[in-house]
Design a protein around this ligand. Structure first.
Ligand code: G
Ligand code: G
Ligand code: MN
Ligand code: NA
Length: 254
């Protein structure tokens, strides 16, 4: 009911807001290619609530579409400054919850491009393997229609879901976001490092960019670079931050 109050615009104890985690080139950490938009939830009584839980609850009680609409509206209003004032050309990666994966999505994305005036290349939609496995043909069709708009698509949490490699092969995604569990320990284990290397190579062979998540130290960074990863998203580069900090960071880089 905190969620219902929230989406009705009524005062309540729950606050939802967005943070931005920069994504950088593995080859040059000063080159910021964009950011992933991440949901944060703060409740007066419960404190910090994991975004996954809020998303799951929304989906279960039928608020998935409402959450998606809120997210897009928020992104539209928050990123106006990035593209209009700062002239940023980079990308925003947005996590889609299952209820957003309908025909309606194409219209919603189009609206998100038109309203703040974002170029299509500014948007990357993130879906997870499990979402794609739910209804493979329909999701792949949706990906094709996003491509027609010029918007790219990433497969998130790669390697942690229940989908088969056949699905991954047939999905027409542009990016593979390799889950942080595959980075964990690579600096101490030749086996783990080689395994990550083979996933990166697979992405390359399929003409996908790889985004390596969860790089937390310099040793991991050097390994990932050596293994040929394209992009890095991790605490060793940047932690998720408020939009104001992201704006300041980009202004400083330009
Ligand atoms: O940022 P953090 O590690 O706390 O996020 C935990 C999980 O919540 C991640 O797997 C991420 O995909 C998910 N998440 C974060 N923000 C959003 C969002 O806006 N929409 C959806 N559907 N999931 C999100
Ligand atoms: O949607 P996805 O699961 O890709 O969301 C990425 C999540 O990973 C975010 O919740 C973000 O806070 C988290 N994250 C990003 N970089 C790191 C990192 O270096 N270490 C850890 N432990 N988590 C990270
Ligand atoms: Mn994600
Ligand atoms: Na992920």
């Amino acid at each position: 009911n905190g969620l219902v109050r929230f989406f009705n615009g009524e005062a309540g104890s729950l606050r939802l807001f967005l943070v931005y985690q920069p994504i950088v080139l593995a080859e040059n950490r000063h080159h910021i290619t964009g950011a992933e938009v991440l949901l944060r939830c703060q409740d007066d009584e419960l404190g910090f609530v994991p975004p996954n839980r809020v998303v799951d609850i929304c989906e279960r009680v039928g608020l998935g579409k409402v959450l998606g609409r809120w997210l897009f509206r928020r992104v539209a209003s928050e990123t106006r400054a990035l593209y209009c004032d700062l002239g940023f050309r980079g990308q925003l990666s947005i996590n889609l919850n299952p209820a957003m994966l309908t025909e309606q999505l194409v219209d919603d994305v189009q609206a998100l491009l038109l309203d703040p005036g974002l170029p299509p290349s500014a948007l990357c939609m993130e879906i997870t393997e499990d979402h794609a496995a739910l209804d493979f043909d329909r999701i792949n069709d949706l990906i094709g229609r996003l491509h027609q708009l010029g918007v790219s698509v990433a497969l998130d949490d790669f390697g942690t879901g229940h989908s088969s490699l056949e699905y991954v092969r047939e999905l027409r995604v542009d990016r593979l976001k390799i889950d942080r569990c595959f980075v964990d320990g690579i600096e101490h284990s030749e086996d783990k490092s080689r395994f990550l290397g083979s996933i990166i190579a697979m992405a390359q062979q399929a003409y996908m960019k790889s985004v390596i998540e969860g790089v937390e130290n310099e040793a991991q960074w050097q390994q990932v670079r050596h293994l040929g990863g394209t992009l890095i998203q991790g605490y060793h580069a940047y932690r998720p931050m408020p939009l104001a900090d992201y704006l300041a960071l980009l202004a400083d880089r330009q």
